[in-house]
Design a protein around this ligand. Structure first.
Ligand SMILES: Cc1ncc(COP(=O)(O)O)c(C=O)c1O
Length: 370
């Protein structure tokens, strides 16, 4: 064993982590490519912004920045409890969904235990296994989607499995598992194994609501976020629904004041404006159909998506790097999926009708110039 020094991380697995590489920011693109009008379709942000109620709520909070936020987040929990038809004791608040997933991993997974997730699933899952020094087991995907039969087998075959992460719909593939598939999976899982369902895109896909599982199984945790349809990505806020005893553990491990006051007020205001969510849903649905029709017309293969983004196979029409770069040169940022092992694929967020028209016009231009 190598000698410990002051910079040795707690676990060797931490040495295998890279610092997260976020995509290009709008300012970087403006500087590097000398373009003024940048269209960012790389991070599944809500192009429609957030509810106007949010602006008002935040403005009111600005006079109180010297005060700590409500540590328990009681008012927000009440609003979430009403929306989800759960008890307040079943809710944990987090600094975004990824904070909650880290709290879950820290709370329940010991270094000699295993975390199971799918190939091409949300990138944070393998990262969390390394952070807590656990064994991360990636199960091969089936046609780019979670293969629940294989995952069940992996759970049974892997000693000390403690946690399974499932993103539904999944990012970056946009694939959806049916409620029946998930129910069967959970019903067959050993009860000491926790199943974490990441429902970050639920507002875009109401049929991905699997919270009814909480009534039948105690080992399920549902994680959701205000970053996507609610349009509050910059404020970092999400919530988990679980059995009250699980929530009690999570609330012990969560650091005090992990959710700031602006985020709490914004989330309360956002929840009150369900008309905004209905509008977001409708526009995304219509625009998703339109964008996919245009991809078809361009001869571009894509994965049908249940979320707010589409994974396209750029390699089906040309060289992926040339297409990615061509889009950047014209001010359009999309997400390369090379880091996911999806060579040749790009992920594109569905935007407003104007955004999408520009995307398709630019894409057509780039493809013609190849
Ligand atoms: C599947 C999935 N889960 C979680 C998140 C992150 O949510 P948050 O911004 O609340 O941390 C994302 C964002 O891209 C996501 O795609």
């Amino acid at each position: 064993m190598s000698q410990k020094t002051f910079f040795s991380p707690a676990y060797d697995s931490i040495n295998q982590l890279d610092v997260y590489q976020a995509g290009k920011t709008v300012d970087e693109l403006k500087r590097e490519y000398d373009v003024n009008n940048v269209l960012k379709l790389a991070s599944n942000e809500n192009a429609l912004g957030s509810s106007p109620h949010v602006t008002l709520a935040i403005t009111e909070q600005l006079g109180h920045l010297a005060r700590y936020p409500d540590c328990r987040g009681d008012e927000l929990k009440l609003a979430i409890a009403q929306l989800t038809d759960r008890k307040r004791s079943q809710i944990t608040l987090g600094n975004g969904a990824i904070d909650l997933m880290q709290i879950i991993a820290h709370s329940f997974v010991a270094p000699d235990e295993a975390i199971i997730y799918s190939q091409y699933a949300f990138f944070v899952f393998p990262m969390l296994a390394k952070i807590v020094g656990a064994r991360g087991v990636e199960v091969p995907a089936k046609r780019y989607a979670h293969d629940l039969d294989a995952m069940l087998e992996a759970v049974k075959q892997t000693p000390n499995t403690r946690l399974v992460f499932i993103a539904n719909p999944n990012n970056p593939t946009g694939t959806l598992l049916s409620q029946q598939q998930i129910h069967n999976f959970v019903a067959n899982i050993p009860e000491q194994v926790l199943v974490v369902l990441d429902e970050a895109y639920i507002e875009y896909c109401p049929e991905s609501d699997n919270s009814a599982l909480l009534d039948a199984f105690d080992n399920v945790i549902i994680v959701r976020t205000f970053s996507k349809a609610y349009g509050l990505a910059s404020l970092r806020i999400g919530y988990a629904l679980s059995h009250s005893q699980i929530a009690e553990v999570l609330n012990r491990v969560r650091l005090p004041y992990n959710v700031n006051a602006l985020a709490q007020s914004a989330a309360i205001a956002a929840l009150e404006d369900q008309d905004f969510i209905a509008k977001v849903y409708k526009i995304n649905h219509g625009q998703m159909r339109w964008v996919c029709k245009q991809f078809d017309a361009l001869g571009l293969d894509f994965m049908p998506s249940y979320a707010s983004f589409v994974m396209v196979n750029a390699a089906s029409v040309g060289d992926v790097d040339a297409i990615y770069e061509g889009l950047l040169q014209q001010g359009v940022i999309v997400r390369s999926l090379r880091s996911y092992g999806l060579e040749g694929w790009l992920r594109i967020t569905v935007g407003t009708p104007e955004d999408n028209t520009r995307l398709i016009d630019t894409l057509r231009d780039v493809l013609e110039s190849l």
